[in-house]
Design a protein around this ligand. Structure first.
Ligand SMILES: Cc1cc2nc3c(=O)[nH]c(=O)nc-3n(C[C@H](O)[C@H](O)[C@H](O)COP(=O)(O)O)c2cc1C
Length: 401
């Protein structure tokens, strides 16, 4: 893995390994991909000024979050279909999280179920991300399974009432089960090692890859036009639903997708323990603000009452420090560990986050920050200007290889 030195290398390796349809599903945004550009350029506008001669030897990354002691302020974000990126991808991500001392948030739309992940990795710190289905009884049953699997932290994703418009998925024929087309066939045949080591292996082990948590009678059709009404995402979700789920859920509750102080205050009032300030990695609402732009106002409104996790666009350790400096207690990472997983399986996912950790330590030393708490006190420039960012030419550097 010594040739993979930064996120650009991991992403380029992932692009080689995965069929184009799957790579783009992970990598891209929605509609005109302005949110994706905004996230990157807003982060780039922020600078942190060092505090000199602080004698930092080994920066301390350990941090408390939701009553748990994390080895560093990171959480592996919930990502649908990680089991298509590598065979048993979700189990590998859980092992990565365990080895690094951080939580892994299992998606409602994972290929492997939370019970199976728990069985394979009993000592992992598992969180669960909930998409509320239209059929509330099925949703309730799912939550009972999650609780029985020993999960304490529930993350309700509030920013996805409907599936967003991602035209490249349509052009690439990306759906589960995959709709046969000549273009898709050629795409998959052009990546024989993925076809054999992921797709065929999964198919032989447990049939056509699919959303593992979905009740068997609805599973085959997910993500197609004909998705069954019962497991459609609930577009009429309200704060009343959050109140109901809160009253039945005995663990910690996190609301994901908050982008305004008003919603942060509502989340607090409805009994959430934390929020994720998130633009869903630029994959949903294309006119959404970048989380780093709105984070200071949200932290000011609820910082003392709620813990704040932030995400979107983290590709460097310094991105994590920027989120911490502007008010986050921890940060979720989505694409980076998926690129690592695609590049080299569990080892790749672990190495990609170790790389992030090393970059954080390096940047903290250069900043003169002894601890995560010190990052909160960092001198931040760009806070105001970040509201008026110009899009940079591309969210990620072009891959030339
Ligand atoms: C391939 C992929 C699938 C995702 N699936 C989910 C999901 O099932 N539930 C959810 O709440 N967020 C999902 N997300 C969003 C992530 O949880 C997270 O908010 C986002 O990836 C953070 O941005 P980053 O990828 O730039 O780190 C997904 C993101 C990606 C890249």
């Amino acid at each position: 893995m010594s040739s993979l030195l930064n996120f650009i290398d991991y992403r380029a390796r992932a692009r080689q390994r995965l069929p184009k349809a799957l790579f783009e599903y992970i990598d891209r945004g929605s509609e005109d991909e302005q949110a994706l550009l905004r996230i990157r350029s807003s982060l780039d506008q922020i600078t942190l000024t060092p505090s000199l001669l602080n004698g930092v030897d080994q920066p301390e990354l350990r941090t408390p979050l939701l009553g748990q002691a994390l080895a560093m302020p990171l959480v592996i974000a919930p990502t649908a279909l990680a089991g298509l990126v590598s065979f048993q991808g979700e189990i590998k991500l859980a092992r990565t999280a365990r080895d690094l001392g951080i939580p892994f948030c299992v998606s409602t739309q994972s290929v492997t179920t939370v019970e199976e992940i728990r069985k394979q990795v009993p000592d992992a710190n598992l969180w669960f991300q909930l998409y509320v289905w239209k059929d509330r009884n099925l949703t309730r049953q799912l939550l009972e399974r999650v609780q029985a699997a020993g999960v304490d932290t529930l993350v309700i994703t509030a920013d996805t009432p409907v599936s967003p418009k991602r035209e490249y998925n349509v052009r690439n024929g990306f759906s589960i089960p995959l709709k046969p087309s000549l273009a898709l066939l050629l795409d998959v045949l052009g990546h024989p090692s993925w076809l054999v080591s992921v797709w065929l292996r999964q198919w032989l082990a447990s049939g056509m890859p699919s959303y593992g948590h979905y009740p068997a009678q609805f599973r085959a059709a997910v993500t197609q036009q004909t998705v069954h009404e019962a497991v459609r995402l609930e577009n009429r979700l309200t704060w009343n639903d959050i109140r109901q789920i809160r009253s039945g859920w005995h663990g910690r509750l996190v609301i994901k997708g908050v982008l305004s102080p008003q919603d942060a205050l509502l989340a607090r009032d409805e009994g959430a323990d934390a929020i994720v300030v998130s633009a869903h990695g630029g994959r949903n609402l294309d006119i959404a603000p970048a989380p780093i732009q709105v984070l200071p106002a949200i932290a000011e409104a609820v910082g003392g009452d709620l813990q704040i996790i932030a995400d979107s666009g983290v590709t460097r350790g310094s991105d994590v420090l920027k989120y911490l400096a502007l008010g986050a207690d921890a940060v979720m990472v989505g694409r980076l560990p998926l690129w690592g997983l695609a590049a080299a399986g569990q080892q790749g996912a672990t190495d990609s986050l170790r790389m992030l950790r090393n970059e954080m330590e390096l940047a903290m030393t250069l900043l003169g920050a002894h601890s995560v708490r010190d990052c909160r006190k960092a001198n931040v420039l760009g806070r105001q200007r970040a509201l008026f960012v110009k899009p940079s030419p591309g969210a990620y550097p072009e891959i030339t290889a």
